[in-house]
Design a protein around this ligand. Structure first.
Ligand code: BTN
Length: 335
């Protein structure tokens, strides 16, 4: 958006329902009324609803359902997250874009958002369904002062931030749960996934890209058939359309707060918030590690560093630091 259009938008927002005359706008901005009209047209092309004619006044009537920088910044009170913000209409993967920016030196908190992705990446080489204008696809560059061994707990911190943002949208927050390590479920169906990719120098993290996808306004019937039973969106769960801009802003606030807490006190500082949303303890689960090796056992909770504790039938405990977990049997069913 041009500076001129941004200034016209600012004046229109300030004027509220009364609107503002073209003469006042042109005087305020120091440009001709024809130029004001051009800016109004460019704002309309961007999706803003603006009543008015070149000879009269203008009134802002509708905001576009787009994650534009000017929409995200309006009311965003974060200190470092999403202060540098890049909006893309479409890309292959916001993680790919953010990784490139991180390698080129992008600062801590740089955020990329896309309206749609053509090759959204999921964990373990899967893809992430990313239809345009329906959901939130965002990637954040972090430069944490941690060793690579501690990095997995950053994903857990992020899952807390996502879960808290989702909880704010639903009438019963206990519908939200975190499936270790980082899926956020709503009514036992996946509504969000997180993919962390990192760059390291020896054992020190140089940068992390946290890629977060949250299904917001996707009807269940438009989810790919293979996920339909296991996935949902917030709107499908609540029966209400989700304001994508407000959701993104809330997510950025929650993430900044939980990532700051993690930076100050490590996983220990956020562990209660993770555990209060973790419902796998006592359930029989199957784990597939990063090499594809499967094992199962009873989930005995989360260890002090965020690892999953798996107990075999003979009572021996094993720690799982990364992998994919499926619940085989619920505690209630096992009784
Ligand atoms: C998973 O559930 O397997 C993780 C999904 C992560 C998807 C997000 S969408 C934004 C960012 N860009 C990507 O290509 N992937 C992540």
């Amino acid at each position: 958006m041009s500076d001129g259009a941004a200034r016209v938008l600012e004046r229109l927002r300030g004027a509220g329902p009364a609107g503002i005359s073209g003469a006042l706008l042109s005087g305020d901005l120091g440009v001709s009324r024809a130029q004001v009209w051009k800016h109004v047209e460019s704002l309309r092309a961007r999706g803003y609803g603006i009543d008015g004619e070149p000879g009269g006044g203008y009134r802002l009537t509708a905001l576009p359902d787009r994650l534009y920088p000017e929409r995200i910044r309006d009311g965003l009170a974060t200190r470092w997250l999403a202060r540098e913000f890049h909006h893309l209409d479409e890309t292959d993967s916001t993680n790919r874009v953010a990784l490139e920016m991180a390698r080129a030196g992008a600062p801590h908190g740089t955020t990329v958002v896309a309206e749609g992705q053509t090759a959204g990446r999921g964990r373990l080489g899967r893809s992430f369904f990313s239809p345009p204008h329906a959901s939130l696809y965002t990637s954040i560059v972090l430069r944490p002062q941690i060793d690579t061994a501690e990095a997995p707990t950053l994903i857990q911190a992020s899952a807390i931030g996502v879960a808290e943002a989702v909880e704010a949208e639903v009438s019963d927050p206990s519908d939200v749960e975190i499936k270790w390590p980082n899926d956020v479920l709503l009514g036992e169906r996946k509504t969000s996934g997180i993919l962390m990719e990192l760059g390291a120098e020896a054992t020190r993290v140089a940068f992390v890209v946290l890629g977060i996808g949250v299904n917001l306004n996707v009807p269940r019937e438009s989810l790919p058939e293979e996920f339909r039973e296991l996935a949902t969106s917030i709107s499908a769960h609540t029966g209400r359309r989700i304001d994508r801009v407000a959701f993104a802003q809330r997510l950025y606030h929650r993430l900044e707060e939980v990532l700051d807490a993690h930076a100050a006190g490590g996983f220990a500082a956020i562990r209660p918030r993770f555990e209060s949303r973790f419902r796998m303890t006592g359930r029989t689960v199957r784990v597939r590690d990063l090499d594809g090796v499967e094992s199962s056992g009873r989930c005995a909770g989360i260890d002090a560093d965020g690892a999953l504790l798996l107990e075999s039938e003979d009572g021996r405990r094993r720690r799982v630091v990364a992998g994919d977990v499926t619940v085989v049997r619920r505690r209630e069913d096992a009784a």
